[in-house]
Design a protein around this ligand. Structure first.
Ligand SMILES: Cc1cc2nc3c(=O)[nH]c(=O)nc-3n(C[C@H](O)[C@H](O)[C@H](O)COP(=O)(O)OP(=O)(O)OC[C@H]3O[C@@H](n4cnc5c(N)ncnc54)[C@H](O)[C@@H]3O)c2cc1C
Length: 421
C-alpha cells in the first residue's frame, strides 16, 4: 500500500512527488514514455514562482539557462517593453522545463519514490479505507490518498471521481533551435505576448526565448490540431509583425508541432475523500496570461505541506480535512487571479475592442513608469496572497484615460465591471 499515488508527471505531479517522497511512500505514474524523452518545453518562470521551488533547482543554470530581463507585450502598433534593469533584479528566469521535471523525478527516486512511465491509469475504485488505481494493463495499486495531476488530458478520469472539469481550449507550439548569437540579434526580450483576434480571440501568440531555442505558438482557440498547425505555419511564414524576429532562423514544416488542451477557471472543489487535484486539472491557470507553472508549483507545495501533517496523524484523509488544501490554494492564489480575470474580461471579447485596448495598453506600458513598476512588482512578488489589486485598478484607470474617445463611450461599462473583479 502506498501513502500517495500521483497520476501525471508534469510540473504539478513531479514537484509534488519530489516534496512528498521526503516523508511518504509515493508512486508516480505517467502515461508518456519519459524514459525515452520528456517533451521539450521552454517556459517563462516569473520570480514569483521562487517560493515554491527548492534552491537546489532554482540555482541550477542547466534548468534556468538565462534570466528573464525584458518582456514585450506587443500590439499591432507598439512593442510594449518592460526592462527589469529599470527597477532592479530580473523579472524571473527562462526555464528549460523538461530538465526541471527530469531533475525533480531523479531526486524523487533518490528519496525512495517509485516511477511508472508509459503507463496510463484507466480506472479508479474507491474503498472505504483506501483507493485502488488500475492501469491499462489491468495491474492494480492501492493508496491511502490519490493525487490527480493529469493536466487537461485526464478529464474522463477526473469526471469518474465526481470532480468538475475546468474550461478548456486548444493551444499549439513548436520548438525552434537557433544559434545563441542569432537569437541575441533578433530578440531583445525573452517573452513576447501578442494579442491579435485573427490568431486567437481567447489567448496570445507568444515567443518564449530560451538558450539556443525558442518556443512559439498560440493559445486559446477552438480549432482542431491540423488547423492549428497550418495556421501556425502560415503565421511563422507570412505574418509581417513577427518576421523581424524570424529573420535568418531556419525551420521547416517537418519539426514537431505540439497541440493540446489548455485549461483555466478553477473548478469549485479540489478535494474529495482520499483524493486531491493539482494544477491545470483543477483549472489552476491564471486567466488571460495562462500561467500554469506558478499554479502547478504552488498547489503541489501547499498539498505536500498539509499532507505531511495529516499522514503523521494517521489521518483518513476525509474531505473535511482535505478542505484545508482548497482553502490554502484559494488564499495563496486567488487575489492574484483577480488581475487575470479582469484582463480576460476586458481583452478577450469582440475583436474590434481587443485591438483598440491592446494597442493602448502596450503604449501605456511604454509611456507610464508607474504602470511598468506595477507590472514589474507583480512579477517579482514573493507573496501573491498580498498582490495589490489597487495597482491593477490604477492601471485600468490609466488605460481607460488613454483609449480613443469613441471607444470610451462604448467601453465604459466594461471597464466599470472589470474594476470590480
Ligand atoms: C504552449 C503552452 C505554453 C505555456 N507556457 C507557459 C509559461 O511560459 N509559463 C507558465 O507558467 N505556464 C505556461 N503554460 C501553462 C503550463 O505549461 C501548464 O498549465 C502546466 O505545465 C500544467 O502542468 P500540470 O502538471 O498541471 O499538467 P501537465 O503538464 O499537462 O501534466 C499532466 C500529465 O499527466 C499525464 N496524464 C494524464 N492522464 C493520465 C493518466 N490517465 N495516466 C497517466 N498519466 C496521465 C499526462 O501525460 C501529462 O504528462 C503554457 C501552456 C501551453 C500549452
Amino acid at each position: 500500500m502506498y501513502d500517495f499515488i500521483v497520476i501525471g508527471a508534469g510540473i504539478s505531479g513531479a514537484s509534488f512527488a519530489y516534496k512528498a517522497s521526503k516523508y511518504a511512500k509515493t508512486l508516480l505514474v505517467e502515461a508518456q514514455d519519459y524514459d525515452r524523452e520528456i517533451p521539450v518545453r521552454t517556459n517563462i518562470f516569473a520570480e514569483h514562482n521562487k517560493p515554491f521551488v527548492d534552491d537546489l533547482f532554482w540555482n541550477d543554470d542547466s534548468i534556468f539557462p538565462r534570466p528573464f530581463v525584458q518582456l514585450n507585450y506587443k500590439s499591432e502598433k507598439h512593442d510594449g517593453l518592460l526592462h527589469s534593469k529599470e527597477f532592479g533584479a530580473p523579472l524571473g528566469k527562462i526555464s528549460h522545463t523538461e530538465i526541471l521535471i527530469k531533475k525533480l523525478i531523479d531526486k524523487f527516486r533518490d528519496q525512495g519514490g517509485t516511477t511508472q512511465f508509459s503507463e496510463s491509469i484507466a480506472k479508479i475504485e474507491r474503498h472505504s479505507d483506501h483507493i485502488e488505481v488500475i492501469n491499462n494493463k489491468g495491474e492494480s495499486f492501492s493508496t491511502k490518498l490519490l493525487v490527480l495531476a493529469t493536466g487537461s488530458r485526464g478529464f474522463p478520469l477526473q469526471k469518474s471521481l465526481g470532480f468538475e472539469i475546468p474550461d478548456s481550449s486548444m493551444g499549439i507550439y513548436t520548438n525552434i533551435y537557433a544559434d545563441e548569437s542569432l537569437l541575441e540579434e533578433n530578440f531583445n526580450f525573452q517573452y513576447m505576448f501578442h494579442l491579435n483576434p485573427k490568431i486567437s480571440q481567447n489567448g496570445p501568440f507568444f515567443f518564449n526565448v530560451g538558450k539556443g531555442r525558442i518556443a512559439t505558438g498560440y493559445l486559446g482557440n477552438k480549432e482542431n490540431p491540423a488547423e492549428l498547425k497550418s495556421k501556425l505555419i502560415r503565421i511563422l511564414k507570412n505574418y509581417q509583425k513577427i518576421q523581424p524576429f524570424m529573420k535568418g532562423i531556419k525551420w521547416d514544416e517537418s519539426i514537431p508541432f505540439v497541440s493540446g488542451g489548455i485549461s483555466k477557471h478553477p473548478i469549485s472543489s479540489f478535494s474529495k475523500d482520499r483524493v486531491i487535484v493539482l494544477g491545470e486539472a483543477a483549472g489552476l491557470v491564471t486567466a488571460f496570461f495562462y500561467e500554469g507553472i506558478l499554479c502547478g508549483l504552488a498547489s503541489a507545495d501547499i498539498a505536500a505541506t498539509l499532507l505531511k501533517t495529516l499522514l503523521a496523524d494517521n489521518s483518513n484523509f476525509s474531505r473535511a480535512e482535505l478542505k484545508k488544501y482548497d482553502d490554502e490554494v484559494a488564499r495563496v492564489l486567488f487575489t492574484y487571479f483577480r488581475n487575470g480575470n479582469a484582463c480576460e474580461y476586458l481583452f478577450y471579447n469582440e475583436s474590434s475592442s481587443t485591438k483598440t485596448l491592446w494597442n493602448s495598453y502596450s503604449n501605456l506600458l511604454n509611456t507610464n513608469k508607474t504602470v511598468r513598476k506595477y507590472v514589474y512588482e507583480a512579477h517579482i512578488n514573493q507573496d501573491l496572497s498580498k498582490h495589490n489589486t489597487d495597482n491593477d485598478r490604477f492601471v485600468g484607470e490609466k488605460l481607460f484615460a488613454t483609449i480613443p474617445v469613441l471607444s470610451k463611450m462604448t467601453l465604459w461599462p466594461k471597464f466599470l465591471k472589470a474594476m470590480s473583479f
